[in-house]
Write a protein of this length. Structure first.
Length: 550
């Protein structure tokens, strides 16, 4: 290794030194034996600089990608010896370990099973030495293999798909049980001394469960192990994510129903889902639990749909009952104070509403819809500290979240428009009746729900705002008889104007309110407002209002 030519890797190097280093890299990368020089220098530990180590590994990686598949037998054995030496474990930085794992994973997909049928036996033998770094590299290699062979986000050619199928079939036949046993031993052996290895191992389990025999993981030994980790702060996030991976495993509906219900009973027995609340400051854990419950709910809905198609009259009621039993957790996590936790539950809510379509709603169903709607209204509210003047990432994310919640409102309107309108009327009447002591977030959401009702409910059986006694007419009367038009908060004012324009035909019936609205439009709360954004929007809405009721 020409050490002098590596000076360009240092942060304080000159442009000339960097150019020379780049030229040297290209020279080694194009040389048949360049990788050997770099591997030998990397293994010698003569230079522990991360930049130099990466330099060496990049050359080895280039050899594996470009020339290894057609290498001579001697070259194959040489590289294999290098890889197994790495597997014996030396203290390395995380990024260096990831690159080493990537290189071993690339060599694996070329060699296994034809040229290196004993790959996993050789690797497991190295892991048996109990060296922490060896175990970590083993787990990262498994993740690199998953990325190359299984990752569905990666586009593969037909030849690569055939190769990947052969690899998975051979692994299932030859070594998966041994791998699973090694995972269990790692999880239990390092949970106290090196919990980061246990977390990484659970990530591996969650990745591989999609294509290995479910019984190898979904058994008392593994599930009890994972359940115990849910009570360990440093392990519980990974444990919840691993359980979600198990739940998402593709299965026939009845075994899936049994799997989800078995897990649900254990979670309820351990009081994991019920005891964790907003007071738990670990939002990441609540997010994982929300995703887990959502996965359970979606899995049950999917099983129910399959059973309905099969006309399985015995198991359909069982699956429906299982879904209904998860609804309290749907409300709980959808109503979490953290919007990320809440948003993770939306898919379950959407799928739950889908199973009610096309059926006669029972009183229980309507009660469930009412409870869900109340949660949606609550989550639709702005935070008290929402920045309306300069919206940052948090504000933009909340507005996107509102769009997801609107999907739930639209679906509830399809199922029971009467319930939706009655609820919105009640919210509007409650929050506008005592404006002096009501927070602006409550007033704004009441007006917003009124506005959304006009989009969600199109059934003319409920009348229009020009029909006395209709929900729309009553809501407009409530708004006009309140003092909300004089509210001090811009969000409330703007929503008031939006509602006035949406239901402008109301004023052709109730003409006595036109002068009042005109005064608001033209006054300090409208076109003369101190906020230019408010003035701009009011100007546009005023033109529309005039055209509509002139």
């Amino acid at each position: 290794m020409e050490v002098a030519l590596l000076k360009g890797l240092s942060e304080d190097s000159s442009s000339l030194e960097r150019a020379r280093t780049l030229q040297y890299f290209e020279q080694l990368n194009s040389s048949v034996d360049g990788w050997k020089i770099c591997a030998a220098y990397f293994n010698s530990d003569k230079d522990s600089s991360e930049h130099v180590q990466f330099f060496c590994l990049r050359v080895v990686e280039g050899h594996v990608r470009n020339r290894y598949s057609c290498s001579s037998d001697d070259s194959i054995l040489s590289l294999r010896a290098v890889l197994l030496l790495w597997m014996q474990g030396k203290t390395q930085r995380k990024l260096v370990l990831k690159k080493m794992a990537q290189i071993i994973g690339l060599a694996f997909v070329i060699d296994y099973p034809q040229r290196w049928p004993m790959f996993f036996s050789d690797v497991l033998q190295c892991v048996g030495n109990g060296v922490k770094e060896s175990v970590e590299l083993y787990l990262r290699v498994l993740m690199a293999i998953d990325e190359e062979v299984v990752d569905r986000q990666k586009v593969h050619t037909c030849a690569e798909n055939a190769r990947n199928t052969l690899i998975k079939d051979t692994m299932r036949d030859q070594c998966v049980p041994n791998l699973v046993e090694s995972w269990y031993q790692i999880m239990e052996s390092y949970k106290e001394t090196f919990p980061e290895l246990t977390n990484l191992c659970m990530e591996v389990v969650g990745a591989y469960i999609s294509w290995i025999d479910i019984s190898l993981i979904a058994n008392d030994k593994f599930i009890q192990c994972l359940m115990s980790y849910l009570s360990v702060p440093i392990l519980r996030e990974s444990a919840a994510e691993c359980l979600r991976g198990i739940i998402n495993k593709g299965m026939d509906p009845i075994p899936k129903l049994e799997l989800v219900e078995g897990l649900a009973k254990q979670l309820e027995s351990a009081k994991i889902l019920s005891t964790v609340s907003d007071e738990d400051t670990d939002e990441d854990f609540r997010l994982r639990l929300s995703a887990l419950v959502c996965g359970m709910g979606c899995a049950l809905v999917n099983s129910w749909s399959k059973l309905v198609k099969r006309a399985d009259t015995v198991n359909i009621p069982l699956s429906r009952n299982a879904i209904d039993e998860k609804l309290p957790y749907l409300y709980k996590y959808l109503n979490d104070t953290d919007d990320g936790v809440s948003e993770a539950m939306v898919p379950f809510a959407v799928q739950y509403l889908s199973i009610l379509k096309g059926s006669n709603l029972s009183d229980t169903d309507r009660g469930n819809l009412q409870a869900l709607l109340q949660v949606v209204i609550n989550k639709y509210k702005y935070d008290e500290d929402h920045n309306f003047l300069s919206q940052g990432e948090d504000e933009v994310m909340f507005l996107d979240f509102r769009k997801e919640l609107k999907v739930l409102i639209d679906n509830i309107a399809i199922l029971d428009a009467s319930l939706l309108l009655q609820t919105f009327q009640s919210v509007l009447s409650t929050f506008l009746s005592n404006l002096e002591v009501t927070s602006f977030v409550d007033v704004e959401v009441a007006l917003r729900m009124m506005y959304l009702a006009g989009e969600a409910v199109t059934d003319k059986r409920f009348g229009t705002c020009t029909i006395v006694g209709s929900p729309w007419h009553q809501m407009m009367i409530t708004v006009m008889q309140s003092n909300v038009a004089r509210h001090s908060h811009t969000a409330v004012l703007l929503q008031f104007y939006e509602n006035v324009v949406r239901y402008e035909k109301f004023f052709t019936l109730e003409t006595q309110y036109i002068l009042h609205v005109m005064g608001v439009f033209l006054g300090e709360q409208g076109l003369r407002h101190e906020n230019c954004s408010v003035r701009s929007r009011v100007c546009y809405l005023f033109v529309r209002f005039v055209k509509g009721v002139k």
